[in-house]
Design a protein around this ligand. Structure first.
Ligand code: ATP
Ligand code: MG
Length: 236
């Protein structure tokens, strides 16, 4: 499990994350849901090690990683901007990290082929990012996360650059991949239909605190506050 205990983070006088406790179970897709500015990305970056908390601790599978570097935490990240190298082909983009880490060429090739198949990108490996659709680019970003071979993947609004129709299909692809590879995914979104449609569990945040957490059905059927009800869109 991934455990955050008493995590706080301030920017100047503004406390963005307020002494928050949270646990993510292995093999689940958990959506961090909440309005713009509530602290979702900050929380994800604290988990990734891209920010250091002012207080509190981060544990992964019983190991304290509060001060560990991002690369020592054994996780992948997927961002909304894809962050692909424009001058590299699809295959080179996917393999870049493995090359840096010194993965053997034969092993790189095998993982590349597996990832291309899993993300339905076969035949596109020689294209440049500019020659791909938004959905295809997002799948390259996913493939790149998959070949790293980490069992934890953090995603920050990975579909927000896609149109509504594509969002729907890529959402299902992400969910299917997560289940097939038994990955632990923390998925940041401000879109309640996305969270409701794909998550095992939803953590609803507001202003740096957790308002409610539970299965999509629990949040929908028994919202704990007016805020939950309004945000989830529960029937009155
Ligand atoms: P969105 O849905 O718009 O992406 P979010 O829930 O991801 O929002 P965060 O990006 O975590 O929100 O930001 C939470 C608050 O912290 C915001 O008020 C933001 O302005 C502030 N913030 C985030 N990063 C920094 C920073 N590096 N310096 C100062 N303030 C920051
Ligand atoms: Mg954000």
């Amino acid at each position: 499990a991934i455990r955050l205990s008493g995590i706080s983070k301030s920017w100047g006088a503004h406390q963005v994350i307020k002494s928050l406790d949270l646990e993510f179970e292995r093999g689940q897709l958990v959506a961090l849901l909440g309005p713009s500015g509530c602290g979702k990305s900050t929380l994800l970056r604290l988990l990734a090690g891209l920010e250091t908390p002012d207080s509190g601790s981060v544990e992964i599978d019983g190991k304290d990683v509060t001060t560990a570097t991002p690369s020592a935490r054994g996780l992948s990240m997927v961002f909304q901007s894809y962050a692909l190298f424009p001058h590299l082909s699809v295959a080179e983009n996917i393999c870049f990290g493995m090359q840096v880490r010194g993965v053997h060429a034969a092993e790189r090739r095998q993982r590349l082929l597996d990832a291309l198949e899993l993300t339905n990108l076969q035949g596109l490996e020689q294209r440049k990012p500019a020659q791909l659709s938004g959905g295809q680019r997002q799948r390259v970003a996913l493939a790149r996360a998959i070949v790293a071979g980490h069992s934890i993947c953090l995603m920050d609004e990975p579909l927000s650059n896609l149109d509504a129709k594509l969002r729907h299909s890529v959402r299902h692809e992400i969910r299917a991949l997560q289940q097939r590879l038994n990955m632990t995914v923390v998925y940041v979104t401000h879109d309640q239909t996305e969270a409701m449609g794909m998550a095992d569990k939803i953590v609803l945040m507001n202003a740096g605190s957790i308002v409610q957490s539970g299965t999509p059905a629990e949040l929908y059927e028994t919202p704990s506050s007016a805020f939950s009800a309004a945000f989830i869109g529960s029937p009155p």
